[in-house]
Design a protein around this ligand. Sequence first.
Ligand code: FE
Ligand code: CA
Length: 523
Amino acid sequence: MPSTLWSAQTPFPVSRREFILGGAALAAAAFLPARAASRSSLFRAYPFALGVASGEPAPDGFVIWTRLAPEPHAPGGGMSPAPVEVVWEIAADEGMARVIQRGTVTASSDWAHSVHVEVEGLQPDRWYWYRFTAGGEVSATGRTRTLPAAGAMPERLRLAFASCQKYEVGYFTAYEHLVREDIDLVLFLGDYIYENADSPDAVRAHGLPQAQTLDGYRVRYAVYKADPVLQAAHAVAPWVVTWDDHEVSNDYAGEFAENPGPGDPAHFLLRRAAAYRAYYEHMPLRRGARPVGPGAQLYRRFDFGRLARFHVLDTRQYRTDQPAGPRLQPAGPKLQDPAGTIMGSRQFAWLMDGLDHSPAVWNVLAQQVLMAPVDRMPGPAAVVDVDKWAGYEFERRRVLRHFHESGTRNPVVLTGDKHNNWANELLLAENPDGLPAAVEFLGTSITSGGDGADRPDYVTTLLAENPFVKYHNNERGYVRCEITPKFWRSDFRTVPYVTRRGAPVQTRASFVVEAGDSRLQRG
Ligand code: FE
Ligand code: CA
């Protein structure tokens, strides 16, 4: 255990001037380290080329992360296999003058020279700064925070959630704006990488073949994490992450590849094991999430005092295969098979238990795929996408019924995956009060899908066909949320293009939910 050297309070909020410099290069430059005057012989180049990150906040600590990779594109990140001692420091000020904890950890080639430190013994509801040193080289300084104490009722929480950052189709401009937001937390809801070879519409090709092996996934993460704008977003606040399909391969389900091949599912599980391992190596996760073979425990909970409980779900690893047939299928009894599950029975029971014992005003499901049963076919016939919750209709309804029957307070579903913005009311036919069982905010992609465009005719048809869909927009960006004991506000923050740098941001729409009233109101 590191000793606590200093524990006085630091004022909040800290100066945000360092982050408000304007422009990607400048925003990123705020996090560039003061490099050592002479390069040590340990590394061929600057070893902290993938930046730093933090996550898994608790009232007394968090995880801080880095990976030594002086040559991000090279096998092994350009590291020799020897283990390397890395010093980490936690400070109460952004200049790292008042260091309150310090320790040493060994970065091993077994885990791609990644470093995950679970810091403990800190004060609740407080900002801290951290950095790493190895071989005389110093990392960027990251900023992170602890959660409020259990039992506290914070006045507010501000967060942003994001998903789907396909590297080659655009610039991560949205993060340049995200780093200037006044946020406590970032939720990332899946598709941190895409496993494919470059898309035909690449504007910045990564030049890599499809990722299938551990080395292949590792270099994919390294290329993404070498992006200075993504590094800046990680350095500004703790991230709570979960995965969707592209961290492994498109539309996989449990042990089933999208198109099973020879030797599957055993062969696919080897690929999944490699993908999960590389994911852990590059994310600020706790040891409990470290993969064992093809499995990893990623679903977990966070309490922001008694204001909000976050149930972070994994709807990929344990799901049964999508119902056979095409991706778009008629809604109906076939999709209500009780044997179909998107969470698996253990995660389902864990979620129900966590809802029933929640102290929180807001109960948040931070998860991957669309929960509203959106009908994609104009006219009386209903056709739904079976890769989403609609393909697991029995379980979808069980969750909504549980919200209703167990009196879950203010359930809010946060979703990624679809590469557009949506605000949905989740209805339950048997709900006698006529109020929605929950609301769903689905956030668009950071880049996936490329430049967005307004599609007024499509939106008119979509909303007419699905009255529970209150908003749809097809631009890139993220969602900013302000959460208080009285209301939840979601702002859809969009950028008009991603295939060129420098896009401005705007709030395209805002929605408010009042505590105790699950209807969406235009904000
Ligand atoms: Fe995606
Ligand atoms: Ca997806």
